[in-house]
Design a protein. Structure first.
Length: 104
């Protein structure tokens, strides 16, 4: 499955738009990550535990987007965008959305 942030795919023709598809995941913080984040906030720098958590969550959201596109019979998803939001203290949502299309 091709998925891109652009509205077109170079060298390919979009023959049909199948509608909006989404994928999302709500990820909660892990107590171990919170402890390390607290320590890291004292000295500064990247909080790798959170970076890894968000990378994993992004991959899950993309997987769900692709599954949704496949259910519609799509060959690709164009115009994908990511958004995040805080659901409650200690958890956040990552959502990815785009337009499922058929390619010629």
């Amino acid at each position: 499955m091709i998925y891109v942030t652009t509205e077109t795919i170079p060298g390919r023709n979009i023959t049909e738009s199948l509608g909006v598809v989404t994928g999302n995941v709500v990820q909660a913080k892990h107590i171990g990550r919170d402890i390390m984040a607290g320590l890291k906030s004292i000295v500064g720098g990247e909080i790798r535990g959170y970076t890894e958590m968000l990378n994993e969550a992004r991959d899950v959201a993309i997987g769900r987007l692709v599954d949704s596109a496949k259910e519609k019979g799509a060959d690709a998803v164009v115009g994908i965008r990511f958004t995040t939001s805080a659901i409650m203290d200690g958890s956040s949502e990552i959502m990815v959305f785009g337009t499922a299309v058929k390619l010629g």
